[in-house]
Design a protein around this ligand. Structure first.
Ligand code: PAF
Length: 280
């Protein structure tokens, strides 16, 4: 049976207050819907850890810098509820724009430093939108734990920093990226790829894995980049926004493997922006 869908904050609050009175722990999985196996793995992790689980679905206009991207973002609430049913989440919270940003809404949550690079440098205002909505969702759900995918590694660092800086009493948990059999990181945006582009999309992860191996063997980004760019262009990628080696926590850029690093990439394929990151 599908979990009940709650659309208003007073209804959600009544439930979460009751749950806290009963001493239950609450886990939240914030999403924008169009759920795939990656999201479902977060819901399963929350289900395993917490007494009560809330999945939120809200396509947050504040984190889109392109109006077409916002308009085209897949909205599949009915299918999402069906996919969550076997996991047994307790509630699906689906607020509307008025619930989240009522008239006169004037607050912006902005995390500096971490957001100056990677996606932050290419999508102005994106992480302010993410930090603002996630701060609201943490407050609205009164959750004890929140589950995010490592696929959006920078987002995970930003929301962790935000919760820490604002003394929000929540544990932020990063869960492993779930991949298709051919290596493509699962993403709601994959639904927008044409059949032809979908065939070439895994090349991004493949090139990154090869680079990671070469970096572990002592290679440098400056030496590896020309070949990586050539392979991605040959697969049809039109623009590589970034392909960087960075410290996993501070996101400081390195040319060679130094401490705990990850490779981060964002690239455009047939009009769709794909991002990925892997441990090196
Ligand atoms: O990762 C996402 O889907 C979104 O950025 C999030 C965390 C739900 C905030 O809108």
């Amino acid at each position: 049976m599908s979990a009940p869908i709650i659309r208003t904050l007073p209804e959600l609050r009544a439930l979460t207050r009751q749950w806290h009175r009963e001493g239950a722990t609450i886990g939240v999985v914030p999403t924008m819907g169009a759920l795939h196996q990656g999201h479902l793995s977060l819901a399963r992790a929350a289900r395993a850890d917490c007494d009560r689980v809330i999945v939120t679905i809200f396509v947050n206009p504040k984190q889109f810098n392109n109006p077409d991207d916002l308009k085209n973002y897949p909205r599949t609430e009915h299918e999402d509820a069906k996919k969550l049913a076997p996991i047994g989440v307790d509630v699906i919270y689906v607020p509307d724009g008025e619930q989240m940003y009522p008239d006169g809404f004037a607050t912006n949550v902005s995390v500096s430093g971490l957001t100056d690079v990677l996606c932050g440098a290419h999508r102005p205002g994106h992480f302010d939108g993410v930090a603002t909505v996630v701060a609201k969702l943490f407050g609205q759900t009164a959750a004890d734990r929140a589950y995010f995918g490592q696929k959006d590694w920078q987002q995970l660092q930003v929301v962790t920093r935000m919760a820490r800086d604002l003394d929000i009493d929540i544990e932020v948990i990063g869960c492993l990226t779930i991949r298709e059999e051919d290596g493509l990181a699962m993403s709601s945006r994959n639904l927008l790829l044409s059949d032809r582009a979908r065939i070439h999309a895994p090349k991004l992860a493949e090139v990154m894995e090869d680079m990671a191996e070469a970096l572990r063997a002592g290679g440098s980004m400056s030496a590896l980049m020309p070949d990586a760019e050539k392979r991605l262009k040959a697969a049809g990628f039109t623009e590589i926004e970034y392909l960087d080696l960075r410290d996993a926590a501070s996101l400081i850029q390195h040319d060679k493997l130094t401490g705990e690093c990850r490779l981060f990439a964002a690239a455009w394929l047939a009009g769709i922006r794909l991002i990925d990151n892997i441990a090196v």
